[in-house]
Design a protein around this ligand. Structure first.
Ligand SMILES: *Cc1c(COP(=O)(O)O)cnc(C)c1O
Length: 826
């Protein structure tokens, strides 16, 4: 989209020459790429010119990386994910290629404001939440560890919707991130792929009498790839993310063309234009829509064809494919890939079933991200048969052979066969994508120790018995580049001042050195001064976005994540109502001033989640304007939570809310980002919280509530939420008050659904059962915060001890134990 010009990249050291050459490069792009004089340039022009100048520094290494990977015929990992939540690229790329300081200096020398220029970039928001952000962190770590890797996904024209609040209610707007293009992609029409859908299967026989199924009368669509460079930190490796954009093929409706109905034929290109149009905004919820299945097959078929094309450049023996390619499935969204590879090897390359299946199972591995039943993907057999008839036949064949193995292992046990079958029997037969993924993969991993245990004991007990070494754990991680180096300049400078070795961004365990400073009052004070500055900055954003004044001296209590009942934002709301009630009834109460800060998008079709947003905003409005409480309580719900906003909130957080119902949050990664930036966690024994507790120690975290065993125990013995309501006056008071109309005078029943789900609806996420433990634990948090040095020490110990949660550690484990993938130094 934009021309690439030459620029010297030898002088990418700090110093006069390098920032001068960066400045020259920016001015060069302003004139020759954007065709602007400095006097006419808008902030966006400067952002674009700066981005292109930084991109130039990446280009040579990218070319060299790819040429040498091909020349050496290296083993690669292919990461298949429907979502990549990349956020902004400029600052990250500048840091990773080592030009951050000269870029900033050059912009300031040009008389511009660095933050204002960086704010021009739209987030690349091609994901919903944790799963998509994990994929983005993994790409960063793969490149940083010099691992040959390509990410594959969809080039959505519209990413996750933009969120606005109107009278406290969520309103969605399309995210037009690509409308004016991006400097970070390169279109590669030469690697386009054409793929098939619909149609039917014809059986014919070849001259040797072999059955040759033919998939005919199909409709075709073209995938055009866009490559996003992914530069490793402090290394020459530049991998890339290849995203497929859908287009109509020229012969799309040849029949209509031939009839002479040109306009109709052009109009009917609609499927090709639709597939990559928009990201489905559901998090933790499967969506049975035909277009979603088509999206999945579209990007998987394009990606596999691309992988096989690359293999064939240097190799000819298909049985050696697993030596050259490891394919990781990020959840079941791309699981149809196992059938597509089966189809290609069997139908197109004419390999035997045995050879084909051996190649498939040695190539694929699958990461499970959830135990929630509503999030497990199933496709109706009828829909599947219409869209992918040949793939359905192959799934039946895979299942038939698999059930034979089950019969061998458990003779006569039809109950076990029913439980393990890929096909769920019933009025509407369904294809269980997780079963398909488990059967076709050599490794299956959960994303935190607890989650991986539950995967074996609750979701796949028979599979674990049948395949004893298939199930494993890979605890999630986050990249320390984006989630500390890029977003917390104050803390980075403090590390420098105190002589922390400057390779910590590649070796996060280095921060253990901070433990030696845990009783150094000067250091603790300096650490909290940085936190304070970050809070001042966030207070300005809150003022701008929410028109709320907050005091940076107050405790910043942060809950940022998708809005979902299992994450229990409504439990936080009940605590807010409880504190507000206490304040009004004892104005002298010596309470630590708190600012509750929320960020969360609700899936547009998830009514209760939207009601919870409306309730929090409505309660916020009353509390923030109540002069009786002297500003001791404030509630700010920042709209449009996304990666770039997270980068401002996280460095300013004192307290990190990680309060999911035990057993429901697979891992969480927000918990890791916040702890790394010196926020103390209040949380349940769920997901990676369990491992954060192990790392930071019980004296540096606030754990409360039911554990997994206790949740299961409640379910076994008939959980009765109403009893908690009747027996706890404060709980009853908070919930009744919420639904009294006091907070929604124009619509007194606006929040009744919340109450109904908790009392009549069985409270599936145990909010009532955990309320008292939560409120009491928050009291202990307040007491700890009053002792400034005690709190500072806790905060420092969190930053010091969470090195385990670097995604570099996670990716090294995948490389060693799942992919057997050696690094390659360019
Ligand atoms: C990290 C991140 C998430 C995941 O947060 P959890 O608390 O782990 O659910 C979601 N959205 C964004 C923008 C993130 O950066």
């Amino acid at each position: 989209m934009f021309s690439v010009t030459d620029s010297s990249h030898e002088d990418s050291h700090n110093g006069l020459a390098s920032y001068q050459s960066m400045k020259d490069s920016i001015l060069h792009h302003l004139r020759y790429t954007l065709v602007h004089l400095p006097q006419q340039a808008t902030p966006r022009d400067w952002w674009l010119a700066l981005s292109l100048a930084i991109r130039d520094r990446i280009t040579d290494d990218m070319v060299e990386t790819q040429v040498s990977h091909t020349r050496e015929n290296v083993r690669r990992v292919y990461y298949l994910s429907m979502e990549y939540l990349m956020g902004r690229m400029l600052i990250n790329n500048a840091h990773n290629v080592g030009v951050y300081h000269e870029a900033k200096q050059a912009i300031e020398e040009l008389g511009l404001d660095w933050e204002q220029i960086c704010d021009e970039e739209m987030d690349m928001g091609l994901g919903n939440g944790g799963l998509g952000r994990l994929a983005a962190c993994f790409l960063d770590s793969l490149a940083t560890l010099d691992l040959p890797a390509i990410g594959y996904g969809i080039y959505y024209e519209f990413g996750l919707f933009k969120q606005e609040f109107l009278q406290g209610k969520q309103v969605e707007h399309p995210d037009t991130w690509i409308k004016y293009g991006t400097p970070w992609d390169v279109m590669r029409p030469e690697y386009s792929q054409t793929i098939q859908f619909y149609g039917r299967v014809e059986v014919s026989y070849d001259s040797a009498g072999n059955c040759r199924p033919n998939w005919v009368d199909t409709r075709s669509v073209m995938g055009v790839p866009f490559d996003i460079p992914v530069a490793g930190y402090d290394t020459k490796t530049v991998n890339f993310l290849r995203l497929w954009s859908s287009h109509s093929t020229e012969d799309f409706d040849l029949e209509e063309f031939n009839k002479g109905d040109y306009v109709e034929a052009v109009h009917s290109k609609v499927l090709g234009e639709t597939i990559s149009k928009v990201l489905y905004p559901n998090d933790q919820n499967a969506n049975g829509k035909e277009l979603r299945l088509i999206q999945q097959y579209f990007f998987v078929a394009c990606s596999l064809a691309d992988i096989l094309r690359r293999f064939e450049v240097m190799n000819s023996d298909w049985s050696r494919l697993p030596e050259k390619a490891a394919i990781q499935l990020n959840d079941t969204h791309p699981a149809i890939a196992v059938v597509e590879l089966t189809r290609t090897l069997l139908d197109d390359k004419h390999l035997s079933w045995e050879t084909t299946w051996d190649i498939v199972t040695r190539t694929f591995a699958y990461t499970n991200h959830t135990l929630l039943p509503e999030a497990l993907e199933k496709w109706g057999v009828e829909l599947f048969e219409r869209v992918l008839p040949r793939h359905l036949q192959l799934i039946y064949e895979i299942n038939y052979r698999f059930l034979g193995d089950v019969e061998q292992h458990w003779p006569g046990r039809d109950d076990i066969k029913r439980a393990m079958s890929i096909i769920e029997e019933g009025n509407h037969k369904m294809i269980r994508m997780a079963h398909l993924a488990v059967i076709a993969s050599h490794k299956v991993n959960g994303v935190a120790e607890l989650h991986s245990q539950l995967l074996k004991s609750e979701l796949f007990p028979y599979f674990d018995q049948l395949y004893p070494h298939k199930f494993t754990n890979k605890t999630n991680g986050i990249t320390p580049r984006r989630w500390l180096l890029n977003c917390n300049e104050g803390l980075v400078q403090l590390f420098d001042q105190y002589g922390i070795e400057n390779d910590w961004p590649k070796n996060l365990d280095r921060l253990r050195q901070l433990e030696t400073l845990q009783d150094d009052e000067d250091f603790l004070t300096a650490f909290m001064d940085v936190k304070h500055q970050n809070k001042v900055h966030l207070a300005q954003i809150i003022k701008r976005e929410c028109h709320i004044d907050v005091d940076p001296h107050a405790l910043f209590d942060v809950q940022i994540k998708r809005l979902h009942e299992y994450k229990r934002q409504h439990l936080t709301l009940l605590n807010i109502l409880t504190l507000y009630h206490r304040l009004l009834n004892s104005p002298e109460l010596d309470m630590v001033p708190r600012v509750f800060i929320f960020g969360a998008k609700a899936a547009p079709g998830y009514a209760l989640a939207k009601t919870i947003i409306h309730a929090i905003n409505s309660v916020a409005d009353v509390i923030n304007n109540d002069t009786r409480i002297n500003g001791k309580l404030k509630v700010a719900f920042l709209p449009n939570y996304r990666v770039s906003l997270a980068s401002h909130i996280i460095p300013a957080a004192d307290l990190s809310e990680q309060i999911s119902t035990a057993g429901k949050e697979a891992s969480g990664t927000g918990n890791m980002k916040l702890a790394l930036n010196g926020a103390v966690t209040i949380g349940t024994l769920d997901g990676a919280n369990v491992e954060i507790l192990e790392e930071v120690g019980p004296e540096n975290i606030f754990i409360f509530g039911l554990n997994v065993d206790q949740v299961q125990e409640l379910d076994r013995h008939g959980y009765q939420p109403y009893q908690y309501y009747q027996q706890d006056e404060e709980l009853k008071g908070a919930l009744d008050w919420l639904c009294s109309g006091h907070f929604s005078p124009n619509d007194p029943h606006a929040f009744d659904d919340i109450r109904n789900s908790l009392l009549q609806g069985g409270d599936p996420y145990k909010v009532m059962a955990d309320y008292r433990a939560y409120v009491d634990c928050q009291q202990r948090v307040s007491e700890a915060y009053q002792d400034k040095m005690r709190w500072a020490k806790m905060a420092v110990m969190n930053t010091a001890r969470v090195g385990k949660f670097s995604s570099d550690r996670t990716i090294q484990e995948y490389a060693d134990e799942i992919w057997t993938l050696p690094p390659y130094s360019v």
